[in-house]
Ligand binder design. Sequence first.
Ligand code: SAH
Length: 391
Amino acid sequence: MPQVLLRKNEDKRIRGGHLWVFSNEIEKTVGNPCNGDLVEVLDYKEQLLGSGFYNGNSLIAVRLISKLKVENIYDLFSKRIVNAYALRKSFYPYRESFRLVFSESDFLPGLIIDKYNNSFVLQINSFGIQRNIDPIIEILKNSFSVENIFTKNDFYLRKLEGLPEEDSLYLGSAGTEIMDDGSIKYKIDFSQSQKTGFYFDQSDNRFFIEQFVKDKTVADVFSNCGGFGLHALKAGAKSVDFVDSSSREIQNVKENLLLNNLNIDSNCIVHDAFDFLEEAITLKKNYDVVMLDPPAFAKNKKSLPTAEKGYEKLNRLALKLVSDGGYLVSSSCSYHLQKEDFFNCLNRAALRSSKEIQLVKFSGASLDHPMLSAMHETSYLKFAVFRVFSV
Ligand code: SAH
């Protein structure tokens, strides 16, 4: 097997549990590895640190998959997928739909698998997984009774790996299906959907908001197919305004309201979120609960200052609409915006909207998105619930 030898002292992060070797940490490669090949990673004294997938195209030159030599890649993939499934089933015994594999966090770097009732939707973000996709598909077919397996690879990170943004169909078709998150049913149209079809990362947080929305007026801004607002209605919210700039997603909200018999008092609004909030302020509207779940404003470190202004403005506008004693539910899925930066945006937003905010809950992604404590790159979602008072 080809080998990658690290420079002196570049082994520490790896020994601590991090799974990436950066190209500038490499002293030399032996055996001419090709992109996607399995390589052994050695420290400068030639002690084995682990095995991983090599990619000369990427700044992340090796993504480790094991601390040992890999004798049989099929068996290793199989063990990882079985372990991942067992974790999800222990937390969600009655659910059939969840994130089955979350990349590095499940020791399968660059592989995301979202499991629905009848479909496995994959996102492949590393050269090594792309090269080894056949055994992974075989394992899925052998271990689960599955009708459809396909990729949704429209993810910008693939470019950094030198992979095209193209999709593959491995079994069945990418059609539509009805799934549930343990409470709410959703119709998913895989051919049209954003990401892999559903934002599983907010699943647990959608259940959390059920605790304080009864009899409340709610705005679900950046609603996508309606997850937060549907849970709010199920928990007895008085009304929900769903807002998303995608007419397709608002159409999905309407279908999901019917599917769940939740056509209570709701408005489905196709609108830019910032414009919606500004217009609502002009109209002197207010809500007991405003929920914000925007797309990532900071796609990289460089865009962070602009992104922070965006988060601050969004939260300032939302806070203005929250009635005294109400709640702001604010999320950010920008990895580059750290928790402290996020809170700073919220604090400035509170100051500028003359509100006092009290943090009552802070969490991250759902339990089907585990993290590696040695790798902060595996944690990205921030979810905060604030009680809001007028000054
Ligand atoms: N809250 C959702 C997930 C939101 S994903 C859930 O629980 O599933 C982000 C959503 O923001 C997407 O549906 C996207 O269509 C929408 N979006 C992106 N930019 C927007 C904008 N400027 N105004 C309103 N919606 C926007």
